[in-house]
Design a protein around this ligand. Structure first.
Ligand code: SF4
Length: 1023
């Protein structure tokens, strides 16, 4: 049961079990402590009477928490920071669990309470939480809550039009037979690997949080698809290919995650570019950015910048909409916030214009910053002088246009007044008193990622280089915000069958491919001209096919073209989160139902009829499960259908029902990574790496994702062996990849103290170098260093919500039980300076955690530091062809994005009565002048439509959006929302969708009934 509206929550008693985890939602990755205890017990308010105990000495933020601190008789506003957290009704749930041993339930079910409380020990949130994270607790499943009722609990298979429960054996056998049959029949012969299963398409999450797992889950998925099946045809949740979301910042040198929240606290200038962190990375913004903007981090600055003045912090926010981030920041510091609102798609021009002004007007600042890069180049750092010169001449046009001409053009393209461009340049470029350049920190996200990705991100990174945001000193940084946490690990995906390489077509890869030497400035110019010509002018702008597809297939286009025989969708809902989602749904649905019609019209039409008793087995679970036709017969018919109909077999693996289940043939119910299966993942903002532990049995028959992959893999091998083909290369691959996991499962069956997840961690993550060397395949474990070899899940458990920061330079486990981890705070620092900040976390045998920062010689971290800094001219080429086509035909730019309470696709939001009451419908914001012209009022219902599709939404009139723009929520629990109309355009290099470059019209179709309208508010968010 939930504790909503009860006015009282139980407190864990002193003997409550304690686990640590990471919020299931956003990129910030706040730490949470979890307590589980029998439902007939309760703790008291004073220290010693309850189980909430902290033990922390954090020298970095000057915080000490002791077991005596947590005195709930002293509970007050914001006391979580001092170790007395407010435990809200949404943080506790009453549920059931079996006797618990090493992460697995056995024996009798008992009623327990679970409290999931924001952790005061965690250096990210320090006890704070957002409106999303505050509901983590009530999203643990319970037989008495909506969260429990909605969970997928049993494997299901489609019989005729219906999905019916079956046993795991049935579902596993069916899928194994179809996957094996597809590889055997449509596999591509590779002399090294044998048959490769490129007809199996995978659609999967790649990261941590948000129901998407972490390194353990990703490892299992990677072993299955990329090693066992060997398919190059995979996609990742919001993008139609499998690859990095922001390759430009990797090519430029710093990488997408390079600094820390400490740097955000120390910055003189904070820039959010195409990011809306108040609603999408809330605690990072409220706890760290706003503290800095308010001046609350001045003492920390004095500590770190001896001899440099502490100046008032400025914030620049680039977003076409006056977001909640802008509104909150302006409330805090009205005179020190600059909001730049460019027309969609013109960020390249705006970033270049600001950089041009800095270059012209603040030469001393620029010279001091460039001197840092040039100095480092004397000792091996690769500062690319030719690329820098090319950027100045070709992107900033320093020799061909006057500043006046340049800014006049920029103003006309971006719609941002010249004076604001100059103001931004001054905030960034004007030195501090005494001449020191300001410490500039920039974070970008979907505003540039989903808008001509490669060039937009490069333009922003070029600006970072100019502004010194990547010069590796405290208070600087230039990176992405992230949508989720990170936790990628696994074997590298294979290249598509027509090539031997897999990469994006960066200028640098292009130069290699074409044999262009890069020795002189003219070589660089030649590269620039050929790259722009082949990729854009003669490429995407003519063919509308991304050139990157040659090396990383664009799956959605191919599914629509009839490619693929199996589509396995893991933890995502492409019908909500894919570009032009209605088109994709139409194509996949048609192909899926061709298989269903063939299988059932021809052979199994009688299922469920009056003679159907033999088709059901009531012994497997408490409800009858279908057993006939046999999985073997079903699979044989599917393979026939795939041959004859052009159809596709769809497998969905998830925790809640998704829109994609409408077309699924098989549904695998998965365990949730919020407490039902342990995994490891990290925050995007400072690579803080922690265990997200398990404390609850999954509901019904739900199983961990690794179990599902390992069990299907095992069945595939058995099928080969049954045919006398146990040495087939495909069987050998699955065996080699999964044998350590099967062994661990066997050991666990005999001895529950063997934790399978820990064995997976040790084999494929901690010792990834050795394991994948044996498998003979490239691999990735994010920020892996040899220090990982000293980690396992039990050691990570000791670091609780403090965790360790990656990349690690050392992990030491001492005989007295003390554990110590050291990691790099800012990866630009050891690259450009003789010393760097190293975070040291020590866990004492009594459980006390000590966190500090020490300076270490850069030599120690050279192998994990950035090694290159390379600008590249990002040129404005006008709008991509799909966008240009509709630009004149539709009135409104569709600004789209997330909204605070609604997470991701909204998959978990129907569990929360509060969220559903607040946002019962998808909404569209429209400017008052446009609303008047359209004859619209708050609460009217419109259809937003264009060539790609249409979606109904409720009107919310607000001047947060400019005239000619509307803001449509990206996804809603009950609607596809923005992706019904987003463009199919993808950027040709990185292949990321141009979601932000969509235009549409509106049509009023009605209005909400007055009694419903009365339940909603259409007030503007003026905070
Ligand atoms: S800010 Fe993000 S990580 Fe932190 S509690 Fe909120 S949703 Fe969770």
């Amino acid at each position: 049961m939930s504790f909503r509206y009860q006015g009282k929550v139980p407190i864990p008693p002193p003997n409550a079990e304690r686990y640590t985890t990471v919020c299931q939602f956003c990129n910030t990755a706040c730490g949470y402590d979890v307590y589980v205890w029998p439902a007939d017990e309760e703790g008291g308010l004073q220290p010693g009477e309850h189980g909430i105990v902290y033990n922390l000495k954090d020298q970095v933020y000057n915080r000490v928490l002791t077991p005596q601190t947590t005195d709930f008789t002293k509970l007050g506003p914001l006391t979580a920071y001092q170790g007395i957290p407010w435990i809200s009704e949404a943080m506790v749930v009453r549920t059931v669990r079996r006797g618990w041993s090493r992460g697995r339930g056995t024996g009798e079910w008992r009623e327990v309470y679970v409290a999931q409380i924001p952790s005061p020990e965690c250096p990210i949130n320090m006890g704070n939480h957002s409106i999303r994270g505050g509901t983590n607790g009530e999203r643990n499943w319970s037989p008495w809550t909506v969260a429990g009722a909605r969970r997928l609990k049993r494997p299901m298979v489609r019989f005729g039009g219906r999905l019916e429960p079956v046993s795991w054996d049935y579902a596993i056998d069916l899928v194994a037979r179809v996957v094996k049959g597809v590889i055997d029949k449509w596999g591509v012969d590779n002399p090294k690997w044998g048959k490769e299963g490129h007809a199996v398409f995978a659609s999967r999450m790649d990261h941590g949080g948000g129901g998407g797992g972490g390194m353990i889950e990703n490892t299992a998925a990677g072993l299955f698809f990329f090693y066992g099946v060997r398919t190059a045809f995979a996609r990742i949740h919001n993008r139609p290919f499998f690859g990095p979301e922001g390759p430009a910042i990797v090519d430029a040198g710093p990488g997408a995650m390079n600094n820390s929240l400490l740097d955000l606290r120390l910055a003189d200038v904070i820039i959010y570019w195409g990011a809306n962190p108040y609603t999408t990375g809330t605690v990072m913004f409220t706890q760290h950015a706003l503290d800095n903007l308010r001046g609350r981090t001045a003492d920390e600055k004095k500590n770190w910048f001896a001899g440099e003045p502490v100046v008032d912090t400025y914030m620049i926010i680039v977003d076409p909409r006056k977001t909640e981030t802008v509104q909150v920041a302006e409330t805090v510091a009205p005179d020190r916030v600059l909001h730049l609102a460019p027309e969609p798609g013109t960020d390249i021009v705006l970033a270049n214009a600001i950089a041009r002004v800095i270059y012209e007007r603040y030469k001393d600042t620029v010279d001091k910053i460039l001197a840092v890069y040039r100095q480092a180049a004397q000792s091996g750092f690769k500062w690319d002088e030719n690329a820098w010169q090319l950027y100045l001449e070709e992107a900033l046009e320093i020799n061909t246009k006057t500043l006046d001409q340049y800014l006049a053009e920029a103003e006309s393209i971006t719609g941002v007044p010249r004076s604001d461009i100059e103001k931004a340049a001054e905030i960034i470029g004007a030195p501090k008193q005494g001449g020191a350049p300001k410490r500039v920190w920039l974070m970008y996200e979907k505003g540039v990622i989903w808008n001509q990705n490669y060039r937009s991100i490069y333009a922003v990174v070029d600006l970072c280089i100019m502004a010194g945001a990547v010069r590796g000193i405290p208070g600087t940084g230039c990176q992405r915000q992230g949508g989720h946490q990170e936790g990628y690990a696994g074997p590298a995906p294979p290249p598509p069958p027509w090539t031997t390489e897999r990469h994006h077509v960066s200028p640098w890869n292009f130069a290699k491919e074409k044999g262009i030497q890069l020795n002189t400035y003219d070589d660089y110019k030649n590269l620039m001209e050929s790259w722009y010509n082949e990729v854009y002018t003669e490429g995407y702008y003519k063919t509308r096919w991304p050139i990157g597809d040659r090396y990383m297939p664009t799956i959605d286009f191919r599914l629509e073209d009839g490619e693929g025989k199996v589509l396995w969708v893991h933890d995502m809902d492409t019908y909500k989160l894919g570009p032009a989602a209605q088109r994709l749904k139409a194509a996949v649905s048609d192909r899926s139902w061709r298989v269903t019609r063939y299988v059932f019209a021809e052979a199994f039409a009688a299922i469920g009829g009056k003679d159907s008793e033999p088709q059901y087995d009531v012994n497997v679970t408490e409800i009858p499960v279908i057993t006939g036709p046999s999985s073997e017969e079903y699979a044989a018919k599917v393979l026939e259908a795939l041959e004859k109909t052009g159809g596709i077999f769809v497998v969905v693996q998830d925790i809640y029902p998704t829109f994609m289940m409408e077309d699924a043939h098989v549904v695998f119910p998965a365990a949730f990574n919020n407490g039902e299966v342990p995994d490891v993942r990290m925050s995007v903002h400072e690579r803080r790496f922690r265990i997200a532990d398990a404390w609850l049995d999954p509901p019904g028959e739900a199983k961990p994702d690794w179990w599902i992959y390992a069990t299907v893999a095992k069945r595939i091998v058995e099928l080969y062996e049954a045919e006398g083909r146990g040495n087939d290369p495909v069987a050998q691959r699955f065996r080699a990849a999964f044998q350590p996991i099967w062994d661990a499962m066997d050991k666990n069956a005999n001895d529950p103290s063997v934790e399978v997840e820990n064995e997976i961690f040790k084999t494929y993550i901690a010792n990834a170098d050795e394991t994948y060397a044996k498998l003979g395949v490239d691999w990735e474990v994010q920020f892996w260093t040899p220090a990982f070899k000293n980690l396992d899940l039990n050691i990570l458990r000791k670091f609780r919500t403090v965790g360790v920061i990656l990349p690690l330079t050392e992990v030491n486990v001492n005989p007295d039980g003390t554990v110590e981890a050291r990691g790099v705070v800012n990866v630009m620092e050891p690259a450009l300076n003789p010393q760097y900040r190293e975070e040291v976390v020590v866990v004492r045998p009594d459980g006390t955690i000590e966190r500090s920062i020490e300076m270490a010689p850069s030599e120690k971290a050279k192998s994990v530091a950035a090694s290159t800094l390379r600008a590249w001219p990002a040129l404005w080429l006008g709008y991509p062809p799909y966008v240009e086509d509709v630009r004149g035909r539709y009135k409104y730019w569709v600004i789209n994005g997330r909204y605070n309470e609604i997470w991701q696709s909204g998959y978990a939001d129907p569990n929360s009565e509060v969220v559903i009451k607040r946002w019962p419908y998808a909404f569209v914001q429209i400017n008052p002048a446009d609303a008047q012209a359209e004859g619209l009022e708050n609460g009217d219902i419109v259809v937003v439509y264009n060539d790609n599709g249409s979606v109904p939404a409720v009107v919310w009139i607000s001047d947060a959006v400019k005239q000619g723009h509307i803001f449509l929520i990206m996804a809603h629990p009950y609607a596809v929302a923005a992706n019904a109309v987003t463009t199919p355009s993808v950027e040709p290099v990185a292949q990321s969708p141009d979601y932000k470059l969509t235009k549409a019209d509106l049509l009023k179709v009605g209005t909400l009934p007055s009694e419903v309208k009365a339940l909603l508010t259409f007030k503007d968010i003026n905070i």
